[in-house]
Write a protein that binds this ligand. Structure first.
Ligand code: ZN
Length: 194
């Protein structure tokens, strides 16, 4: 994570982690830590590369990239915006390790999906009301993470819990009118009713 909001969030979670209390430490891990494997399967030479498992507290996305895609493509769901942004990150099928030298998309496989998934939005400092409105409008209050990561059951839905979501449209309007830039979005897994 690299934005200001992300740094604050990581600092809080790390601080919480540092408390010499085994129960609390496991609570941070249990609630927020995402474990992910990245894998490349070369579409040309079929070489496969697995990258070491990575742990994180979520992901950072640039608000202007979200807004540009939403404005450019019109009707597009947030998961698809997420996918398009992530597709820009590619891996080289490295000649040094016997590969063919072309770039490939990366597969993202989740090995541990936390109950809370955190998305940090990175804002420039000078967005207009209209731009804030357009960015928040691109977000969805419910996301199916199985469309973003492999290794999850179909319809692994998460819902936004960090804002008081009564009516999503009114939240979007409120953020635009008051120039509120949502920076940290907590999505909580929707538990199936037993
Ligand atoms: Zn290759």
């Amino acid at each position: 994570m690299s934005s200001g909001a992300a740094e604050v969030l990581v600092a809080i979670l790390e601080f919480w982690h540092c408390w010499k209390n085994a129960e609390r430490e496991s609570l941070v891990t249990r609630l927020f830590t995402l474990e992910e494997n990245e894998r490349m399967s070369c579409r040309k030479c079929r070489k496969k590369l697995n990258y070491p498992e990575q742990s994180s507290y979520g992901i950072v996305m640039a608000a202007d990239s979200i807004r540009d895609l939403k404005c450019g493509l019109g009707y597009i769901e947030f998961v698809d915006i997420f996918k398009v942004i992530r597709m820009e990150c590619k891996m080289l099928c490295d000649i040094k390790t016997g590969g063919c030298g072309i770039t490939n998309f990366i597969h993202h496989i989740i090995s541990k999906c936390p109950p809370i998934f955190t998305i940090v939005l990175e804002w420039e400092k000078s967005e207009t009301e209209k731009e804030i409105y357009e960015t928040t409008m691109a977000l969805d209050w419910e996301i199916d993470f199985s469309r973003l990561y492999e290794g999850l059951e179909p319809k692994t839905n998460y819902r936004l819990v960090s804002m008081d979501v009564g009516n999503w449209k009114s939240v979007v309007r409120f953020c635009g009118e008051r120039k509120i830039r949502p920076e940290i979005l907590f999505y909580e897994v929707v538990r199936a009713m037993a």
